[in-house]
Design a protein around this ligand. Structure first.
Ligand code: NAD
Length: 360
């Protein structure tokens, strides 16, 4: 029996994870290899209300002993005035840190039916299907020394971008493996013309590439990559990069798709444990009204099957089902395109449509 911990969280989190769980249960029923057991636990504001902390030690333990974690979203106005250290977001940061989630995978895919949602021209975005692999636990966000020095007549601040070769190699391996299961093209993004850290990234990435002769590797400067993402997004398959560049490029790639309610993500630790969550937040403005789009959470469930269970067929079945539901014209309010004159459906009905498309 493989345990999946569901952390619904706050706002629309419980609504969207409920639909994602229904889809997982349906697909597991069809694929005998999947013997899933779901266990629910608290995180974020819901945990603060019940236990006085955004993340209990018992929840961390439960997650550690599981195969995968499906998370909704945390936060909301109810907890906005709390001290930063005890707010719901601390729960999210805490679980990422406790589980050592070093690889963040953010796919950016444009479904044909939604190509008009992008701020780029439809012919530029049609068919976009890329994956940004970002290193999540190293680099300039964590490097030492770090400080604002106020002791002298001029204030001075310092942050250090630090990576060792093992940190680089393990994230590159994740990216090569992902590329192997896709169109076999990997772009390593760097700033090697000015940063020694980037020079080491290129060196180590080239060494790892020897184990993946079937994957074509290209190196791309981060500034030109940012431009190419807008000019020719279709040229990218998998992108791998460090924490800082990945933070920016994954948001740029995601926004090209134009639909926040459609973006899934995965964060992986060594040994295969993964946390899967939609990119969007808890959307307090629409929470509890059955208005949320569950597709980002449902596609996060597809990533869970792919990365924690190597159940590629089951994952693709879910993505195909989502695609066909969109092709059939079903829309939650957030993905209605300008000029589309059709009634919208709610979160539960969108879940029903995906289940129908799966034949369940
Ligand atoms: P948000 O992503 O929650 O919402 C932004 C806008 O997009 C809102 O209008 C919302 O209604 C809409 N939206 C988001 N997801 C949607 C969905 N699935 N279906 C339909 N519409 C959707 O961002 P925000 O408003 O800046 O933040 C709200 C709360 O969420 C804050 O407390 C913030 O800290 C938290 N947050 C949490 C996470 C997370 O848990 N990973 C991420 C971002 C923000």
């Amino acid at each position: 029996m493989d345990r999946i911990v569901v952390l619904p969280g706050d706002g629309i989190g419980p609504e969207v994870t409920r639909q994602a769980q229904r889809v997982l249960e349906a697909v597991a029923g069809k694929h005998d290899i999947l013997n899933l057991k779901f266990e629910e636990a608290l995180i974020g504001g819901a945990s603060i209300d019940a236990k006085g902390t955004p993340l209990g030690d018992d929840v961390v333990e439960l997650c550690r002993e599981s195969r995968a974690i499906l998370l909704g979203a945390v936060g909301g106005p109810k907890w906005d005035d709390m001290p930063v250290d005890t707010r719901p977001e601390k729960g999210l940061l805490g679980i990422r840190k406790a589980l050592g989630l070093f690889a963040n995978l953010r796919p950016a895919q444009v479904f044909s039916a939604l190509k008009d949602a992008s701020s780029l021209r439809p012919e530029v975005v049609d068919g976009i299907d890329m994956l940004v692999v970002r290193e999540l636990t190293g680099g300039i966000y964590f490097g030492e020394p770090r400080e604002i020095d106020r002791s002298g007549p001029v204030r001075k601040a310092i942050n250090a971008m630090v990576y060792d070769e093992n940190e680089i190699a393990r994230i590159c391996r994740i990216a090569f493996e992902a590329a192997r299961g896709r169109r076999k093209h990997l772009t390593q993004v760097h700033k090697a013309n000015v940063l020694e850290v980037s020079q080491l990234w290129m060196e180590v990435c080239d060494e790892v590439a020897k184990d993946y002769p079937d994957v074509e590797l290209a190196h791309q400067l981060v500034d030109s990559c940012a431009m190419l993402l807008l000019k020719e997004p279709n040229r990218f398959d998998v992108i791998v990069t460090g924490n800082l560049f990945g933070d920016i490029l994954s948001d740029e790639a995601a926004m090209i798709t134009g639909s926040l309610g459609m973006l899934p993500s995965a964060s992986l630790a060594e040994g295969g444990l993964g946390l899967y969550e939609p990119v969007h937040g808890s959307a307090p403005d629409i929470a509890g009204q059955d208005l949320a789009n569950p597709l980002a959470a449902i596609m996060s469930a597809a990533m869970l099957l792919e990365h924690s269970f190597s159940a590629f067929d089951a994952a693709n079945e879910i993505r195909d089902a989502v695609s066909s539901v969109l092709d059939a014209g079903h829309r939650t309010g957030d993905i209605v395109l300008p000029g589309e004159d059709r009634p919208t459906i709610g979160c539960v009905e969108m879940g029903d449509k995906v289940l129908e498309a799966l034949g369940s």
